[in-house]
Ligand binder design. Structure first.
Ligand SMILES: *Cc1c(COP(=O)(O)O)cnc(C)c1O
Length: 397
């Protein structure tokens, strides 16, 4: 029997690099100045480049995009028991770093058209204990930042943008991450800007800068002695090898982001024409989407009842780099259901078994299908092949 040809035969690789990156890292190794901050300025150079790229005054690098959230939360002055509003459809770190700060993650539901946190749901969840809102620009799509910043101003809250998916994306011409009090990014290996691991925060605020800088550097302060420690920080510094890798990758980011954005717009046009497939909505203030994840909504009633999980498996078998995404909203994770917080003290009345966010639950179980960012770096023909693969699965069920 003949083996059926996959619709998409091309494979997509990530990360993208050449001898520039190899030489940059080799030069650091030869220099013998591998670490920061006592020996070397390449980390600082990258921080300046990234801050300038975002249009922010300061950037502080750190070991990953979870620690960057932690630095931001602590610097924002949260106290034990304070509430932090987060979406439930995101990577665990958005909420687990809140636990690590001895604060209470309060999960609120999504806008069904964008899968980003709903400003109305934020407003409805505010209590006298609320201190911070953490909007996640999910997949690289801008949250409704005008509405969120307005809510924060009226209720005197801080805003930490979790921009781990959103390097280079924009809202009304401003880079995501540069709009709230702090923007937090990850450089983990899947992210749109990567050094294998790493993270960074950006801010315009002098005091937040000084505190986050101290926290990532064992509580030292600028101008202080090496063995004088003022704040409850840790060693969260990155190496010079990571810094030069990031500087080299940053030079590629702009062109890559434009390609993904153009491909996303084109793929939307193609998929809108398929019954039972609805791309997430654009045109809500994002002037550039960076498609860390391209997401569309799947409706099984147009696929003869084929479940989402089976659909994504079939689509992957056709060669589309796709994924069913998170199986559950975060509050359904055993960590929250069992309140397995160990040394972290959350009030007794917090009960995540009572939380329901129907839009997020539907996205996880039935609707959301992800195409991963490296596939969005392909050609227009590649986008056409993804649409063709979906049509093929539809015709076969
Ligand atoms: C990846 C990610 C993080 C955490 O980044 P790490 O570098 O893996 O610690 C935080 N938030 C979101 C939304 C992420 O996707």
């Amino acid at each position: 029997m003949e083996t059926a040809e996959k619709t998409v035969r091309k494979t997509f690789s990530w990360p993208i690099f050449d001898e520039t990156e190899v030489e940059a890292v080799a030069d650091v190794i030869r220099s013998g100045k591998w670490g920061n901050p006592d020996c070397g300025d390449l980390v600082e150079a990258f921080e300046k480049e990234f801050a300038a790229y975002c249009g922010s005054k300061y950037a502080i690098s750190c070991v990953n995009g979870s620690v960057s959230l932690r630095l931001a939360l602590i610097a924002c002055g949260v106290k034990p028991g304070d509430e932090v509003i987060v979406p439930p459809y995101t990577f665990i770190a958005t909420a687990s770093t809140v636990i690590e700060a001895n604060c209470v993650p309060v999960f609120v539901d999504l806008d069904p058209d964008t899968y980003n946190i709903s400003p109305q749901a934020i407003e409805a969840a505010i209590t006298p204990r609320t201190k911070v809102i953490v909007p996640v620009h999910f997949g690289g799509q801008a949250c409704d930042m005008d509405a969120i910043m307005d809510i924060a101003k009226r209720h005197n809250l801080r805003v930490i943008e979790d921009a781990a998916h959103a390097h280079g994306a924009e809202y009304k011409g401003r880079k995501l991450g540069s709009i709230g009090d702090v923007g937090s990014f990850s450089f983990q290996s899947s992210k749109n800007l990567t050094a294998g691991e790493g993270g960074i925060v950006v801010t315009d605020d002098d005091e937040l800068y000084a505190m986050m800088n101290s926290l990532r550097n064992v509580g030292r302060i600028e101008g202080g002695q090496w063995y004088d420690h003022y704040n409850p920080g840790c060693n969260y510094r990155i190496t010079q090898m990571q810094a030069v890798l990031l500087s080299a990758q940053l030079k590629r980011l702009e062109a890559q982001t434009i390609t993904r954005d153009e491909n996303g717009v084109y793929l939307n046009q193609l998929l809108e024409q398929i019954d039972g497939i609805t791309p997430l909505k654009r045109g809500l203030g994002e002037t550039r989407h960076c498609y860390h994840i391209y997401i569309f909504k799947y409706d099984k009633t147009h696929f003869n009842g084929l479940s989402k999980v089976e659909f994504t498996e079939r689509l992957a078998a056709e060669g589309v780099p796709c994924f069913r995404g998170y199986p559950h909203p975060l509050y359904k994770q055993p960590l929250f259901q069992n309140k397995n917080f160990m040394c972290y003290a959350l009030p007794d009345d917090v009960d995540y078994t009572q939380v329901h966010c129907p839009v997020a639950e539907r996205a996880c179980s039935d609707e959301a299908v992800w195409i991963l960012q490296h596939a969005m770096l392909g050609t227009k023909e590649d986008m056409e092949s993804f649409a063709e693969a979906i049509r093929k699965v539809q015709s076969e069920v």
